[in-house]
Every structure is written in C-alpha cells, then in structure tokens.
Write a protein that binds this ligand. Structure first.
Ligand SMILES: [Zn+2]
Length: 248
C-alpha cells in the first residue's frame, strides 16, 4: 500500500515502468536485452526495464489507454507514414495525445527515485505535469499552455555513413539525459530510432508577457513532420554511436 503519485489516493501500488513496456519491447525486437547508453555512464547491454512502485492500477491503465497505446502505435503504422528525403510525415496525427505520451515518460522519470534518473529534475514543474497528465489537458491557465514552457521535438535518427543499419539504430536506447543550456534545461531520450528532445524554459511565462509572442499553433502543426537527423549532427549521439561501432 502507498500513495499513488498521480491521483494521490492510498492504494496497492503497481510496479510502474518508467519507460513504457511496449516501447522497450519494440526496441528489444525479440531479444531479452538491448544496448543502453546515457551521457553520464558507460553504455551497457542490459535488460533495461526500470520499474518502481509509483501508481495505482487505475492510473496505470489510464496512462496506458489514453497515451501509451497511441504513442507506441503512431511510429509503427507504415500506412500512416509518408517518407520524404529529409523527413517523415504522419498522415493522421493527434498532437495532444502525442505530447502527453512523451510528457508522461519524463514525468515518471522525474518522480522516480531510481539511480539512473537522479539527474532528471524538473523543479517546480513536477506537479504541473501531473495535473496535465491527470486531466488530459495542455492548458495551464486561460492564456498559457504547458507546451509553451516545455517544447517537445522528435527526430528520426539515421546514419548516412552506413556504419549502422536502420535495424541496429532501432535497437538502441538512449536513457533520459539532461543538459543545461543557459536558463533552459534540455533532456534527450532515444528509442526505436526516434530522438526525443524536451526543452524546458522556466522563464517562459515572464518572457511571453514581455514579448507577446505565441508560437504554439505553428509548433503544434509542425510536429507531424519528423526531421531526419544524421548521428554526426549531434555530439552526444556521435560519441555514443562511435562507442557502439567500436565495441559491438
Ligand atoms: Zn492513482
């Protein structure tokens, strides 16, 4: 028994998967283990399925049926994907579900006490994320949305040099990793060949008041296109992929 971290009710807690089980299953592609790397520790070949007592059964099912089923299926349905030279495009795309799916992953990591997520700190955003996930909404107040303060971007990782084929890239997982960039925090996560970037701007509300800008609608529409990024375009990816090519 314990207090569920989403609904705050006293309940029998489940071993919650920090990274959705269905996603890890896809990355493993039939194997029992997979290659995992992170910015702060050496890459490993492991079972890689971090779990912790976090949520009640009801909330587990709520997250699974509202967000995870959509998020994991989206990247797997070939009929819904148009391939261009430099990007892929989803024909049908539900921005809110997509956003809250990835938000729920970083939220679980941020409230986790497991050692591998010790650097995933969202400061005052923890409870805000919880409310958005619980209430299935992006709206924080009348004139501000969560996706203005936390921008999530997705990229499709490719290796144009051909050292790693697409199947190998899909079988690699980059654990959630954080870096600071000025006042902003950046977090990265990669699975199934997709790199997810979270950019958190704590001062956004203040900046918006001063500049009056609102990029949300443009940003939301743009998310159905996923730009391809070569591993050499990212230092983080480049270093880790070099390690993999040399060692595996
Ligand atoms: Zn609950």
């Amino acid at each position: 028994m314990g207090k569920c971290r989403l609904c705050n009710e006293e309940a029998k807690l489940q071993m919650s998967h920090i990274i959705p089980r269905s996603l890890i299953k896809d990355v493993k592609d039939g194997d029992s283990q997979l290659h995992v790397f992170s910015y702060t520790s050496a890459p490993t070949y492991s079972n890689a399925d971090p779990k912790e007592l976090l949520l009640c059964k009801c909330c587990e099912q709520y997250i699974s049926s509202n967000y995870e089923q959509y998020g994991t299926q989206l990247i797997k349905r070939p009929k819904n994907i148009i391939k261009h030279n430099d990007r892929i495009e989803f024909k049908e795309f539900d921005y809110k579900k997509w956003y809250l799916y990835y938000l729920s992953i970083i939220w679980r990591a941020s409230i986790s006490s497991l050692q591998e997520f010790v650097d995933i700190q969202l400061g005052g955003f923890n409870d805000i994320l919880k409310e958005c996930i619980k209430n299935d909404t992006l709206t924080l107040t009348e004139d501000i949305s969560i996706d203005e303060c936390i921008v999530i971007s997705m990229f499709r990782v490719v290796d144009r040099s051909g050292r790693l084929d697409d199947k190998a890239i899909k079988n690699i997982m980059l654990n959630l990793t954080g870096v600071k960039e000025g006042d902003d925090s950046l977090f990265f996560f990669m699975a199934n060949g997709f790199l997810i970037q979270y950019q958190i701007t704590p001062n956004y509300i203040f900046e918006k008041k001063n500049s009056g800008c609102n990029k949300t609608i443009v940003n939301r529409n743009a998310r159905k296109c996923v730009k391809m990024v070569d591993i050499t375009e990212s230092r983080l990816l480049c270093e880790n992929f070099n390690w993999l090519v040399d060692n595996v």
